[in-house]
Design a binder for this molecule. Structure first.
Ligand SMILES: [Zn+2]
Length: 349
């Protein structure tokens, strides 16, 4: 049985409700670190996205994806724990590695158990139902890098419906100290109206998500799809790493892979339910404030304020357009200097 407590009114894990804030501007931010945004996304969507990008470029990308996620997650951990706390964490490293399992379960990252660890040498965990083996590996290496202060190598073995992952002292690489150089935009106020739980204040829309805290799985009970809660900067860090290794053109490939995923996975009926569906989905997931979505014979124009993961957003909007209209399209997108994101989709001529 999981030790994690839930809100008696809405059933959302208490630590999850306390740790995150749904704002009226389409963002979700962490209570302890309001500069850090978080969002929900289909777990499958991220994994399939990278598999599809691999297929499209014809190269194995696992190493780049693990490294991108590691950098993004390490930056996140460094931001929440200043230097003096790091020393404290080291003194209780066993507890830190163990509590990471609880946080992971709340975020829908999967089930993990700490098997063994040795100070400044290695950690060994058993995991199953992880949201993505590459992304999970990146997260685990980042925790190890941070707690032990040393670089690491990874070994993965299959075991009993899951994996044993060993993160051990590895070779020196300069990326450990390099910082991610990604743009941050100021947040624009919005008027997203969430109906909230009277006890824990999370949007009641989240009642559609079911948490299996033992397995670390969040399921959208309406669509049946598995969801994961992660940081946009961590996902952008992977995009960044892919661009650095493969060139800027990879952006188009990511949009294309995302368009294909949306068309394969989402159902037209989801968008026919109500015109507000798409707006609500953006705000509930923390992906930004979809301030306009105009669909006409000559195409679709959408504006998203406080947008995150722009390449995913573009693929989503293009995929939705094609689902709703049944026609193929071309897409243009761009971020303004103030962080307002525009997507324009035109029917293919
Ligand atoms: Zn509640």
């Amino acid at each position: 049985m999981s030790r994690i407590k839930r809100c008696p009114y809405c059933g959302i894990p208490r630590d999850f409700a306390r740790g995150n804030v749904w704002n009226d501007d389409g963002t979700i931010t962490q209570a302890r670190n309001p500069d850090h945004r978080v969002f929900f996304y289909e777990a499958d969507g991220l994994d399939k996205l990278f598999a599809r990008v691999e297929e499209l470029v014809g190269l194995p990308l696992d190493r780049i994806i693990v490294e991108g996620k590691r950098k993004g997650s390490l930056e996140y951990i460094q931001n929440i724990y200043p230097g003096y706390k790091r020393a404290l964490l080291r003194a209780f490293r066993g507890k830190v590695y163990q509590s990471t399992a609880d946080i992971g379960a709340i975020f829908g990252l999967g089930h993990y158990e700490l098997l063994e660890f040795k100070k400044r040498e290695y950690i060994k965990v058993y995991c199953r139902n992880v949201y993505s083996l590459s992304l999970f590996s990146g997260d685990l290496i980042a925790v190890f890098n941070f707690v032990e202060g040393i670089p690491a190598d990874l070994r993965i073995e299959e075991k009993e419906n899951g994996y044993v992952v060993t993160v051990a002292r590895g070779k020196e690489y300069e990326e450990l100290v390099s910082r991610l150089d990604m743009e941050r935009y100021p947040i624009k106020p919005g008027d997203v109206k969430h109906e909230r739980c009277p006890q824990c204040d999370v949007p009641l829309d989240l009642k559609e998500y079911a948490w299996d805290l033992e397995e670390g799985v969040i399921t959208d009970t309406v669509t049946g799809r598995r969801m994961v809660f992660t940081g946009p900067r961590e996902i952008d860090a992977i995009m960044h790493e892919l661009e650095a290794e493969l060139g800027e053109e990879i952006g188009k490939t990511i949009v294309e892979a995302q368009r294909l995923y949306i068309k394969e996975t989402l159902q037209q009926a989801e968008f026919e339910r109500s015109p507000q569906y798409l707006f609500r989905q953006f705000a509930k997931r923390g992906m930004g404030n979809l301030v306009s979505f105009d669909l006409g014979d000559d195409g679709m124009r959408a504006v998203v304020e406080n947008a995150i993961v722009p390449l995913l957003l573009t693929g989503i909007l293009q995929g939705v357009y094609e689902l709703v209209t049944g026609s193929r399209s071309s897409v243009d997108y761009g971020m303004e200097r103030d962080g307002t994101f525009h997507v324009e989709v035109k029917p293919a001529s």
